[in-house]
Design a protein around this ligand. Structure first.
Ligand SMILES: [Zn+2]
Length: 365
């Protein structure tokens, strides 16, 4: 099994490469988009063959002083972008036209070498290189097999570490339930809780900011767009920081215990969560769950620990002792109509996930 982890390393990227690559991608998009054909019923498809590609490549290479591989990556990534847009368009979900918004440069594995923890990236062949000493950043993984394609942005380099791991047979499983304001877990027979109120507060503050910016959009659309991007990025970074801390500490504990994890399959979550609450809370809650699961999964897989996803329907409404139906009691508490068991609904959910995920019925465990 191959495990992957991506990290960001701060640096100042060569400005000319960043700018020229950005321009190149815009030109490539314009050119490739000319090859999108529409059928009578409005369905789009891309007709871009080998000779079209060669022609575009030659055009883009004119005056290009950097390594040629950058041009190939630009063409590939723009084709991917256009295809993604086509598929959205054909589902009726596309915006007016695809756009290049991010100034990022994809660096193929053929454009760099790694020696003694140092990455050497070719900017101009045999002339100019960018060296990044990974050993200076102690948060990066020390044990890995290889480094995959890099992404260079103005102020950072995103590095993907790869490692092949053998799946460990876990001694037990932990389970987690993610809500709007907390994460509840069952680890080694113990209930653990992580407060997400700070995260909730951040989301709220930025939601308010976005609402204000939207008003600005009518008079100053460009400023509004720029501000919107800036705040969305900040919000995501702050939220991710909080989730990173939580998932890193959980992954550390589970790794030393050699426990796998059982999570709710979010595909099933639509109708069972907070349907009485407001739409925004529902979205935030799902966002929390998605980011938490994503981070915990790759952090565990790095050590070969399994992650199971199960259908969580009724997990907070079923009695973990007798499978009877639970109904609302006081606050977050629920009570079993059958046996009188009273418990917090989040704790009920993780108990059930843990049982169902390991194929145990109430009487058996
Ligand atoms: Zn019961």
């Amino acid at each position: 099994m191959e495990a992957i982890k991506a990290y960001s390393v701060p640096l100042t990227a060569p400005k000319d490469l960043i700018e020229e690559n950005f321009k190149l991608r815009k030109i490539a998009l314009e050119e490739i988009f000319k090859h999108v054909k529409f059928s009578k019923v409005g369905k789009a498809h891309l007709r871009f063959n080998k000779s079209d590609r060669r022609e575009l490549r030659d055009k883009l290479l004119k005056g290009w002083k950097f390594a040629k591989h950058y041009v190939d990556s630009v063409i590939n990534s723009v084709i991917g972008l256009v295809k993604g847009w086509i598929s959205l368009h054909n589902q009726g979900r596309a915006k007016s036209k695809p756009e290049i918004t991010r100034k990022s440069v994809y660096i193929k594995t053929t454009l760099f070498s790694v020696r003694d923890g140092k990455i050497r990236i070719t900017i101009e062949p045999r002339k100019r290189y960018l060296e990044v000493d990974l050993t200076k950043f102690n948060y990066l993984p020390k044990e890995y097999d290889s480094i995959g394609g890099l992404i260079l942005q103005e102020d950072r380099l995103i590095v993907t570490f790869k490692r092949s791991v053998e799946q460990i047979e876990p001694k037990d499983y932990a389970s987690f339930d993610v809500n709007l304001t907390n994460i509840t877990g069952l680890i080694n027979g113990r209930i653990v809780r992580f407060d997400l109120r700070e995260l909730y507060h951040i989301h709220r503050v930025y939601e308010e900011k976005r609402r204000k910016i939207q008003k600005l959009a009518k008079t100053k659309p460009k400023t509004a767009k720029r501000l919107m991007q800036k705040y969305s990025k900040r919000e995501k970074n702050r939220a991710k920081d909080i989730m990173h801390k939580i998932t890193t500490s959980i992954a550390g504990e589970l790794t030393s215990l050699k426990h796998g994890v059982i999570l709710e399959n979010l595909k099933f979550i639509k109708d069972n969560i907070l349907n009485s609450c407001r739409e925004l809370n529902r979205k935030l809650s799902k966002w929390n769950a998605r980011i938490f699961q994503f981070m915990l999964e790759y952090k565990l897989k790095w050590f070969g620990l399994p992650v199971k996803f199960i259908n969580p329907s009724n997990s907070s409404k079923t009695c973990p002792l007798c499978s009877g139906r639970l109904s609302a009691y006081e606050g977050r508490l629920t009570k079993c109509k059958n046996c009188g068991f009273v418990q917090d609904r989040d704790i009920v959910a993780v108990l059930n996930l843990r049982m169902w995920g390991s194929g145990v019925t109430p009487n058996g465990d």
